[in-house]
Write a protein that binds this ligand. Sequence first.
Ligand SMILES: Nc1ncnc2c1ncn2[C@@H]1O[C@H](COP(=O)(O)OP(=O)(O)O)[C@@H](O)[C@H]1O
Ligand SMILES: [Mg+2]
Length: 483
Amino acid sequence: MNGEVMISPLWTGLELIAPLQARVLGVMPRIVNGVSIDTRTLRMDDLYFAIRGEIHDGHAFVRNAFEAGAAAAVVDEAHVDAVKGFGPLYVVHDVLAAMERLGQAARKRMTGMVVAVTGSVGKTSTKEAMRGVFSAFGNTHVSAASYNNHWGVPLTLARMPLDTTVGVFEIGMNHANEIRPLVQMVRPHVAVITAIAPVHLENLGSIEAVADAKAEIFEGLEAGGVAIIPRDTPQYRRLDNWARQSRAGAFLTFGETEGADARLLGFEPAADGSVVTADIMGQRLRYRLGAPGRHLASNSLALLLAARAVGMDVVDAARELSHVTAPAGRGEQIRLVVGDGDITLIDESYNANPVSMRAALQLLAEAPPPAMFGRRIAMLGDMLELGPQEMMLHAELGAVIAKLPIDLVHTVGPRMANLHDALPIDKRGLHGAAVAEVLDQLMAQVAPGDVIMIKGSNGARMGAVVSALKQRYAAAPAQDLEG
Ligand SMILES: Nc1ncnc2c1ncn2[C@@H]1O[C@H](COP(=O)(O)OP(=O)(O)O)[C@@H](O)[C@H]1O
Ligand SMILES: [Mg+2]
């Protein structure tokens, strides 16, 4: 028609009524082409759900949604009077529940494969790597950002196009019993646990409880589905047990331990990634990984098992891994021009816990400095939500750093004060209670040839150091980045 390419809509206006259990006020839209809960990122023809968040109630932004081009809004019966007249409305009794039902309808109508990813660390890195790799296989639909919670998961489902070949869903949690209802909406064919680490111990109490909570992901598996389990964690048996109590039909492990179904045989760090040798269910592969670190190599093993499970050729999948790069704040490497030389920033500022911290320190230790006399420097902020053992979990890193070829460690935050005190004298750098307090001093520490790894929990705001450095110093020519 009109010579335009016909693209099937995400949802027709009519199709929405049954899953939303809505009454329509105004002229029902013919189609909606996306789903949004945030008017700042809403796009033309999106369906806007007026979700109540922790701070704002989405009903306050219904007018903005229509100004931004929303095709219709889903609103609560109780708020109808306040938002009537701005545009077409689907009126429901509970907006979040309506979005969950739409998500379930999207899941039910699709005929592709579904992968769910959880874990204490590595969820986003792994699902982003899957986005890249699975896109070479078919239409791939993946959670945005870290949309892994009670609204992120149903939102991602509701956005899933009918012709999706592989859907990849990140599922997260802070407490027990949070993954279960989410994975029951997702109904994956493949469930991946990337790693188990002492994260959210404040809520969960013990590492065993963490494993139990993560293992809820297996409860949502479709009959005969594939459970992908980390082999190197001491929690391995516990996870395997849970998987065997689920409807899973296959139990696959990955790691460095002998007997793992996907086993790391060799790891060679390279300037802009690594070269991995692995045995994937009896098939020996050697592939380039475009993102640095042994921990990401570990994630890639889980990815290759998942690729096989969704029907992708493992060799094709491994080839695609060379294009996978580390997302910002999760190991992205940035070259900046400082004085008459370069520095390398390793931006790990998005997240930190004892496991990812050790992985990042190892990564720094293996990173070649951009100049012969360059130093390896870590700038570390607090790791949050670690529970009563938090002081010890910070101090312990001192012994790790003592053994690594890392020259200097600056620390920020009250918890990191424990590490500062535990560091060998010759590696002990600056310490400040907050980033703002020491930012200028940290900036003054940077010298040509340095490689600097910046890491902390997102709440520790170490990203400010990365931003400040990027603002002060120009990016080095691109070929240095791409290699
Ligand atoms: N398997 C792993 N083991 C240790 N650290 C990891 C692993 N995978 C990723 N990381 C690191 O953990 C941090 C958080 O990664 P991310 O993928 O965002 O995890 P999540 O989405 O689970 O919070 C990053 O610094 C990343 O480099
Ligand atoms: Mg995440």
